[in-house]
Structure formats: C-alpha cells, structure tokens
Write a protein that binds this ligand. Structure first.
Ligand SMILES: NC(=O)c1ccc[n+]([C@@H]2O[C@H](COP(=O)([O-])OP(=O)(O)OC[C@H]3O[C@@H](n4cnc5c(N)ncnc54)[C@H](O)[C@@H]3O)[C@@H](O)[C@H]2O)c1
Ligand SMILES: [Zn+2]
Length: 340
C-alpha cells in the first residue's frame, strides 16, 4: 500500500492506494455518527460492507449532480439527526465523491467526510485534490467548494466490476497526467496498454499511484488553482464543451479534449507531428474516442461559456512535447479556428 498526503487550507487529506476497502473503519473518527452515501449500482455491489450504517443512496449519471440532489441529501441527513460530529462516507465514483464533498462542506457549515473511491477515474482524479461541487443548468461544476476529505481509499479490487466504458474513462485522466508531467509513464503505457486494460494488478497499482502522485504534487503547490493547478485542466476546456453538447461520459470528452489541445499545440509549434500521432494512437488503443463528427459549431459555442475565461481570454493548457504542460493565454476566437 502507498500513502500520500495532501495539505489543504482547511484540512489534510491522507490517500491510501492499494488499501483493502473493507479496512475503512480504521480511518473513521473515534466518535460521532457515520452516514454512508453511495449510488444504487455501487450499493448493490458493495453495500454489504456498510450495512451497519444509515445509507443514503443517489441515482446515477451526470444529470443527478445538481442542487436538487444536495437538497434531498440534506433532508436525509436531518432525518438521521446528523450533527456537527457526524461523518459522511462516500462510497462511489466521481459523482458520489463530488456530491459528498459538497454536501458535507455545507451541512451545518461543514462536517467531516472521507471517500472510498470506486472507479478508476475517481481514484486517479476526482477523489484527489479537494474540488467538490455540482452542475448548474447543464454547466459543469458551477457551484462548489475546495475542501479536502479526511481520507481517500483506492482499492484496485473494486475496479474489477467496472464496465469497459468506465475503465476507459479513467485511462483518459491517466493519459492526461502523463502528458502533464511524466513522459516515462506515457511511454510505458504505449508499450503496456494491454496489461493496463486487463487490470493487471502491478500495472494498475503503478498507474494509480503515479497519477495520484502527480496530482497531489500539483495540488500541494496550488490548492486553489491560482497557477500551477490550471495544468490539470489539460484537455478539459474543449472536453467540458464536448461533454455538455454531446452528453458523452466525462472521460470520453477529456480524450477528445486532449486531442484538441494536442492539435492546437501542434499548430502553435509546441508539439511535433510524431508526438501528436503517438497521443492519438495511445488514446485509441485505450478504447477512447479522439474526435467528434457532428455538432462542432455547438461545441465551439459552448467554449465561449467556459467558467474559467477572463473576458475574451482563456488560460489554455498546451503540450510542450510529451510530459510537459504549459499555461498559455488564448483568445476564444483563436480556439474557434483550430482545424479539428
Ligand atoms: N472533483 C474533481 O476534481 C473531479 C475530477 C475529475 C472528474 N470529476 C467528476 O467525476 C465525475 C465522473 O466520475 P466517474 O467516472 O467516476 O463517474 P460515476 O461516479 O458516475 O461512476 C460511473 C459509473 O460507474 C458505476 N460504478 C462506480 N463504481 C463502480 C464499481 N466499482 N463497479 C462497477 N460500477 C461502478 C457508477 O454507479 C456509475 O454508473 C464527473 O462528474 C466529473 O465532473 C471530478
Ligand atoms: Zn476530468
């Protein structure tokens, strides 16, 4: 098992990679009521281990990541008589973790919380870094807070029950991390992608701990995204627009967004044609989409609504070769002229 720490402004988070999820009690506070929040599918698969606690179960899909869901959760917390000493335990993927972090941060001005992270995407990304929140009228993560969970447990065994689509989505964020900071891992994945897809235990543990380490290092330097942390948005500016317009899963949208960022980096002279092709090939080998065939205009229009733009300028993340990301101010109109 590998242990990492993230020091946030409000809290310090301990990450346990390779821990057995059934050991979760070790990490709970000594006192206070524990309430578990999960989704219906994860409850069916893993609910048995949590049956001694009150359970709040939410639906699935991005559509339920809203204030209405938070409202219903608050009602249930009140009905369970949750108070300031209560602890909210998320058991689920990125949606459950984002929702738990937000609900726990606002309930009675904040209660403690922790994550058992059950998808590859949430293990390598969503459950690390303390960003929590919900969507608003179709706009991604418009409402939320920065707040670190007490702990995050990433148990590779739980990934065995994931579908191929969910697995691929996690690989999109892993590729993102390699492109930001780890050329050696990119090259390792190029050679060993079949082992990764087959969830070979050594491969998965290395990929998860490497990804978490990259993200944790960046978050430790810049929790509130004043500078360095912006690099973690690689592929996400265009990706979020794709997700909103096409309704595809987050990781698929990120994959398409990575190719868009690579194409722009190629056009700007930061990335070679060979490296561009290597990125596309790796994503394809990991069963990820690399382009969109329709609604291009709508996606470009959605880009103009990005919450991170400042006036007409957006701090776009580009690739300087493989394994190095750079923050580059771009005019929205320049993004609209990328040949994609
Ligand atoms: N806060 C952050 O920093 C951050 C970073 C990246 C992504 N996100 C968010 O994460 C969300 C996507 O996360 P996700 O892909 O984990 O989605 P998800 O939580 O919807 O999980 C995907 C599907 O897998 C199922 N599932 C979960 N664990 C399972 C398991 N072990 N076995 C079988 N099925 C399982 C779920 O029920 C769900 O149907 C998006 O809302 C995205 O915005 C947040
Ligand atoms: Zn993402």
């Amino acid at each position: 098992m590998k242990k990492l720490t993230i020091s946030g402004g409000n809290n310090t988070s301990q990450l346990f990679i390779g821990e057995d999820y059934q050991n979760f009690k070790k990490y709970l506070p000594q006192k206070g009521q524990v309430i578990v929040l999960t989704d219906e599918k994860v409850r069916k698969l893993y609910g048995e281990a949590f049956k001694e606690y009150p359970i709040i179960s939410i639906g699935q899909t991005e559509q339920i990541k809203t204030l209405e869901t938070i409202d219903a959760i608050i009602d249930q917390l009140i009905s369970f008589k949750a108070d300031r000493t209560s602890f909210l335990l998320a058991v689920g993927g990125g949606i459950v973790c984002d929702i738990v972090g937000f609900a726990a941060s606002i309930y009675q001005r904040g209660i403690r919380f922790g994550f058992i992270s059950t998808t590859l995407l949430s293990q390598v990304d969503a459950s690390v870094g303390g960003k929590n929140g919900v969507n608003h009228r179709g706009f991604k993560n418009m409402i939320g807070v920065f707040n670190q969970p007490d702990f995050v447990i990433c148990d590779p065994k739980m990934l065995q029950t994931l579908g191929t689509e969910e697995l691929s989505c996690g690989f999109a964020e892993i590729v993102k991390h390699t492109l930001i900071a780890d050329k050696a891992m990119f090259e390792w994945l190029e050679k060993n992608y079949t082992k990764a897809i087959a969830l070979h235990p050594d491969a998965i543990e290395a990929l998860v701990s490497n990804s978490v380490e990259i993200k944790a290092t960046i978050v430790n330097k810049d929790e509130k995204e004043q500078g360095e942390r912006k690099k973690l948005n690689l592929g996400h500016t265009y990706g979020h627009a794709v997700e909103k317009v096409m309704g595809v899963p987050h990781g698929y949208a990120v994959s398409i967004g990575l190719v868009f960022a690579a194409r722009l980096s190629l056009q700007m002279g930061f990335l070679s044609g060979t490296d561009f092709q290597r990125i596309c090939s790796l994503l394809k080998n990991l069963n990820l989409p690399i382009t969109i065939n329709s609604k291009k205009e709508e996606v470009l229009n959605a880009l103009t609504m990005d919450k991170k733009k400042e006036g007409d300028i957006i701090q776009f993340i580009l690739m300087k070769g493989l394994g190095e990301a750079v923050i580059h101010p771009m005019k929205i109109s320049d993004l609209q002229s990328v040949e994609f």
